[in-house]
Design a binder for this molecule. Structure first.
Ligand code: FMN
Length: 360
């Protein structure tokens, strides 16, 4: 049996295997109401049917101005939660863990969706004034308004309420999006957090107080959920986050109640120079896992089953997340299991599809 298709424990939840779906925005709420629709249902259910161990939703915003684009989903009201409940039920019915990523886009909010142009969406396209740790703009985006101290203090309760709604809707795992230059990452990085209040640098310069409080609030609001955190382990810019600092952030978040860490990188600063290539972020997972002993997943250009199996065997990570490979083939895990486990491949194949397990 391959390691990729061995079960793994995420907090109090068991995933049937370690081939997971990474969060992917679909920018597909045409009414700009944050309610997931038929597209989201078909999209996410297909990966669960295709054998994934865990299916993560796209970044669901914890408040309207936290959406990346006007067409993003949210989880700040009951109508959204009802629509998400149908999706969570289908993911679980196909045997995968239903997981939701919670996010606030901060200064990268109010963006045009990728196929509708670049930069900030103007008001007549549904755009809004963004907010952030500071007042500096991201690239060509409109400048955000810096949040007041008392406004920052409200953020943990927004994430907590969203997490409670998600769990009540049937999600078994929650991931906090603290990567890719979105609001929680903006508070973590010295490049974007120069605040001199309690949300700025602490004695160790870690800037981790907001993340700590968000993790603690979500843990308290949804004690039964597996709690994951996605971090950018490098800003890929001088003076930004590097993996040593991430290891400290991970320790603080684990102490506050997080169960699992998802190691990505970049997205904060347009000056970033990322050495792209197969598994280019795997070393972050390896370093965090080795330093903390906590469970992690690797993500980023891990497209081949043999590559995923090898990095698990070498102890780099406890699971892998893939994004674009699932878009190319929603049955990625069915094919991967047949490739790695041959005749023994049975754990994820639906009975209806078994005749396709062998080519002949
Ligand atoms: C269409 C698309 C949408 C994405 N949306 C999100 C998102 O909502 N949240 C997130 O953390 N990452 C998002 N990502 C990044 C992926 O989760 C993943 O980290 C990245 O694509 C690298 O993995 P891959 O090489 O397997 O595609 C997105 C990627 C794609 C391709």
């Amino acid at each position: 049996m391959s390691l990729l298709f061995a079960p793994v424990q995420v907090g109090g939840v068991e995933a049937r295997n370690r081939a997971w779906v990474s969060p992917m925005c679909q920018y597909s709420c045409e009414r700009q109401d944050g309610i997931p629709g038929q597209w989201h249902l078909e999209h996410l259910a297909s990966f669960a049917r295709g054998g994934a161990g865990l299916v993560m939703t796209e970044a669901a915003a914890v408040e309207p101005i936290g959406r990346i684009s006007p067409q993003d989903t949210g989880i700040w009201n009951d109508e959204q939660a009802e629509a998400w409940a149908v999706i969570a039920e289908r993911i679980r019915a196909h045997g995968a863990v239903a997981a939701m990523q919670l996010a606030h886009a901060g200064r990268k909010a109010s963006a045009r969706r990728p196929w509708s142009g670049h930069g900030t969406a103007p008001a007549d396209e549904g755009g809004w004034q963004s907010v952030a740790a500071g007042a500096d703009a991201f690239g060509r985006f409109s400048a955000p308004r810096a949040l007041e101290s008392d406004e920052v203090a409200q953020l943990p309760s927004l994430f907590a309420a969203a997490a409670r709604r998600a769990v009540d809707a049937g999600f078994e795992a929650i991931e906090l999006h603290a990567a890719h230059g979105y609001l929680l990452h903006q508070f973590l990085s010295p490049l974007t957090n120069q605040r001199d209040d309690e949300w700025g640098a602490d004695a160790g310069g870690l800037r981790v107080e907001l993340l700590r409080q968000v993790v603690a609030a979500v843990r308290a609001a949804a004690p039964e959920a597996a709690l994951m955190v996605r971090l950018s382990a490098s800003d890929w810019v001088d003076g930004g986050i590097e993996v040593d600092r991430t290891i400290e952030h991970v320790r603080v978040a684990a102490e506050a109640g997080a169960d699992w860490f998802d190691l990505s990188s970049g997205g904060l600063d347009p000056r970033q120079e990322i050495p792209l290539g197969p598994g280019y972020q795997v070393h972050f997972a390896r370093e965090v896992r080795a330093a903390t002993g906590l469970p992690v997943n690797a993500v980023g250009l891990i497209d081949e089953p043999a590559h995923a199996e090898q990095l698990l065997a070498e102890g780099d990570a406890d699971a892998v997340m893939l994004a674009r490979a699932w878009l190319r083939n929603p049955h990625w895990a069915l094919a991967a299991e047949a490739e790695l486990d041959g005749e023994a491949a049975a754990s994820v194949w639906p009975d209806q599809y078994t005749r396709a397990r062998q080519h002949r």
